[in-house]
Design a protein around this ligand. Structure first.
Ligand SMILES: C[S@@+](CC[C@H](N)C(=O)[O-])C[C@H]1O[C@@H](n2cnc3c(N)ncnc32)[C@H](O)[C@@H]1O
Length: 281
């Protein structure tokens, strides 16, 4: 195997410093860079790996060593020009595609089999909820607090809408905390690497959009009982008759607070809501 590209040299060659206002914090800790691709599940199909936010290519380089094909999406035109030049051989050989664009808008490759990305933190939530419905395994770097909320279990202070919505699509695990010094320039916050492994949830929902909207709605009132949260948030969930849902629901369930309900409890309530509450979705 050829030696990996040195992240500091890549920064020098690119002639960039990383602009925090453009969500640019480049990963320069080689041990973390080397570990990132290894966090994909052992049985993951690595034939086409998608990287969001390629930067100067330190992670791209590690992904090329472990997969046949890599697609990078990068918004900054100067970095796109640098990546295309730096990786000219890999592109010519058909191993690498570098696309310029905003990861929130550009069509993501439908045949990507996995994603490994050090995400721009300002839009990490929006990007994650574009990736998760693709049903591919991911290894993603986040702000640590965000990572912990994604992976949180019911009954903990981190558990919330983000946990239920992300775990609807995949098993979510925090696999490594990463300190600010691993980046150049260092971000103001701690970071963490998350692995998501797609799987069907252990509950059924008839209307996925409604389920996600319902979860969002009741967590806006997380200090209230579910009974009151359902009644007070019909403008968000779109329920026509929230009282009918509360009346039909299990008494014990609606006396709890959102933070104490497991995902399958939300699913049961959402099914009941679709049946009894009339939704405009
Ligand atoms: C945290 S840096 C990671 C760079 C590199 N992958 C690394 O590990 O060092 C995030 C990268 O995403 C790019 N970026 C920021 N917002 C973006 C967006 N909306 N769409 C695509 N790329 C974006 C930035 O220019 C930057 O290169």
């Amino acid at each position: 195997m050829t030696a990996s590209r040195d992240p500091d040299r890549l920064l020098q060659r690119a002639g960039v410093r990383g602009n925090p206002d453009r969500d640019q914090h480049f990963l320069v800790d080689e041990r973390v860079l080397d570990r990132l691709p290894t966090y994909l599940p052992a049985d993951a199909d690595r034939s086409h790996v998608l990287e969001i936010g390629g930067g100067t290519g330190a992670l791209t380089d590690r992904l090329l060593a472990t997969s046949d094909q890599v697609t990078v999406i990068e918004r900054d035109p100067d970095l796109v020009a640098f990546l295309r030049q730096e990786f000219a051989d890999e592109r010519a050989a058909g191993h690498l595609t570098v696309r310029q664009g905003d990861a929130l808008e550009i069509d993501l490759p439908a045949d990507a089999t996995a994603s490994v990305s050090n995400l721009p933190y300002g839009v990490s939530s929006e990007i994650t909820f574009r990736l998760l419905p693709l049903g591919i395994p991911t290894v993603l770097m986040f702000q640590r607090e965000f990572a912990e909320r994604m992976a949180a279990e019911p009954g903990t202070s981190e558990y919330g809408r983000l946990s239920v919505s992300a775990q609807h699509y995949a098993a979510v695990e925090v696999v490594e905390p990463v300190p600010p010094e691993a980046f150049s320039p260092p971000p103001a916050v701690d970071s963490a690497v998350v692995r998501t492994t797609p799987r069907a949830p252990d509950y059924e929902v008839d209307d996925e959009d409604f389920f996600l909207r319902f979860v969002k709605a009741v967590f806006t009132q997380r200090r209230k009982t579910i009974r009151n949260a359902i009644r007070n948030t019909a403008h968000i969930s779109g329920l026509d008759d929230p009282d009918a849902v509360v009346a039909a629901a299990d008494e014990e369930l609606v006396s709890k607070r959102a933070g104490d309900l497991a995902p399958d409890d939300f699913a049961a309530l959402a099914r009941l809501a679709v049946e009894r509450g009339g939704t405009d979705g």
